[in-house]
Design a protein around this ligand. Structure first.
Ligand code: NIG
Ligand code: FE
Length: 407
């Protein structure tokens, strides 16, 4: 048995998708210890040595706060190359969309990824995941989307799967073949979709366990609503749960489509309108906000307060990728959500634990500290979640426990 004791407070949200308006169902256990048996949380009891066997391994939290292992539910962690030239161009006044229209952006990363083998992609991504783990992140979703041929998309997903076997963070794969229309199919997105939606390809993805989700960039510079609908419903027929990059640059009805196809989430939402917020709430589609992306691009944030006030559950993720958000740190992203979006630290905690777990359909296993749930815990070197967000950009993580093991 493993016991974590001398904790300032255990701070955990509820289990399952939770709206962040009103009084939050956050629990702060004080004077408590956590008992872990194997990979599971066995109990939360008074911090008293009589409550555990004398031969238990004991971790002294040194009066730090303990939170659930953080969940980054939207990333593009597998990629090759860098795009600092675009970063400079934006500083000089060019927009992200204009760079994409001129043939740059995502397509530059596609060129780099196509030249790499699975092993090379793994080698590039491994240190990124090691840094995320050190920041208290224990589950990460990774999208394809920089291959844009069947073979290159599968290659990216195989790299993501291999990464899950090589280090402690659990990896969740997402098939984002509809990230943008590749140069070879310029102006003919439908012909491109015919190829990446081949049923044999989708069955292969499922058979190899490469992805659980499908995602599309529904945007003026990428796929229109009709093409996005076709991509997501065809993938859903093959067993992949829909998600959408929606309402980022223009409002073309993407988040409404998310609600219609029963997507687990619609992500970005910088341009979402009230009607779409209602539609998503009624459909049980979670809003994934990506404050580090708007921060990095220097554009307006998604209307988090309006979404929260409407009672639509919100998750927060880094959107880590080489173009619009090179931010690997989920804790820094939480701080950005606090100071730029008007969310409170406890709201951002629920948004990166219970609600992020719900987006990835893992809410009964991870995302909360509760008896019977998987023992994914982050021990901080500060006494409260408020202090963690307040110290923006500093790593406040002292110890990470994944599946009951100190990593
Ligand atoms: O979520 N918006 C589309 N896709 C990514 C950016 C990908 C890139 O620029 O490489 C995003 O922001
Ligand atoms: Fe993204």
């Amino acid at each position: 048995m493993l016991v974590v004791r001398n904790i300032s407070e255990i701070c955990t949200g509820p289990v399952g998708p939770t709206s962040l308006n009103g009084e939050l169902p956050i629990t702060r256990h004080r004077k408590s210890a956590i008992g872990i048996e194997g990979d599971t949380i066995a109990w939360i009891r008074d911090d008293d040595p009589n409550n555990w066997p004398t031969d238990a391994d004991v971790i002294d939290a040194n009066r730090g706060c303990v939170i659930p292992g953080l969940i980054d539910c939207h990333t593009h962690t597998v990629f090759a190359g860098t795009r600092e030239d675009e970063y400079v161009q934006r500083a000089q006044g060019l927009s992200y969309a204009e760079i994409a229209r001129r043939g740059g952006g995502i397509k530059n990363t596609v060129d780099a990824v196509r030249k790499c083998s699975v092993d090379e992609l793994v080698e590039l991504a491994l240190p990124r995941l090691q840094r995320m783990l050190a920041l208290g992140v224990t589950t990460v979703e990774i999208k394809s989307g920089y291959g844009l041929t069947v073979e290159d998309e599968l290659k990216m997903l195989r790299a993501a799967k291999r990464l899950g076997e090589l280090q402690p963070i659990e990896i969740v794969g997402t098939y984002l073949a509809a990230h943008t229309i590749p140069r070879e199919f310029d102006g003919d997105g439908d012909a491109y979709l015919d190829i990446v939606l081949d049923r044999k390809v989708l069955d292969q993805i499922r058979a190899e366990g490469l992805a659980e989700f499908a995602d599309v960039f529904c945007e003026a510079t990428a796929f229109n609503v009709e093409q996005s609908r076709r991509f997501l419903t065809t993938c859903a027929d093959a067993g992949l749960t829909p998600r959408i990059h929606a309402d980022q640059i223009t409002q073309i009805g993407a988040s409404k489509l998310a609600a219609k196809v029963g997507a687990s989430s619609a992500d970005h939402l910088e341009r979402i309108d009230d009607e779409s917020i209602q539609a998503m709430r009624d459909a049980g589609t979670v809003a994934v906000l990506l404050p580090a992306c708007s921060f990095y691009l220097g554009v307006e944030q998604a209307p988090a307060r309006r979404i929260v006030d409407a009672g639509l559950p919100v998750a927060i993720a880094t959107d880590f990728n080489p173009g619009s958000s090179v931010v690997e740190s989920l804790p820094l992203t939480m701080s950005i959500a606090c100071s730029q979006m008007g969310m409170t630290p406890v709201q951002t905690l629920v948004a990166t634990t219970a609600n992020a777990a719900a987006v990835l359909k893992r809410e009964s296993k991870v995302g909360a500290i509760k008896e019977g749930m998987q023992a994914d815990l982050t021990i901080l070197d500060v006494p409260t979640i408020e202090q963690m967000c307040y110290f923006a950009g500093r790593n406040c993580t002292r110890t990470v426990i994944k599946k009951g093991r100190t990593v």
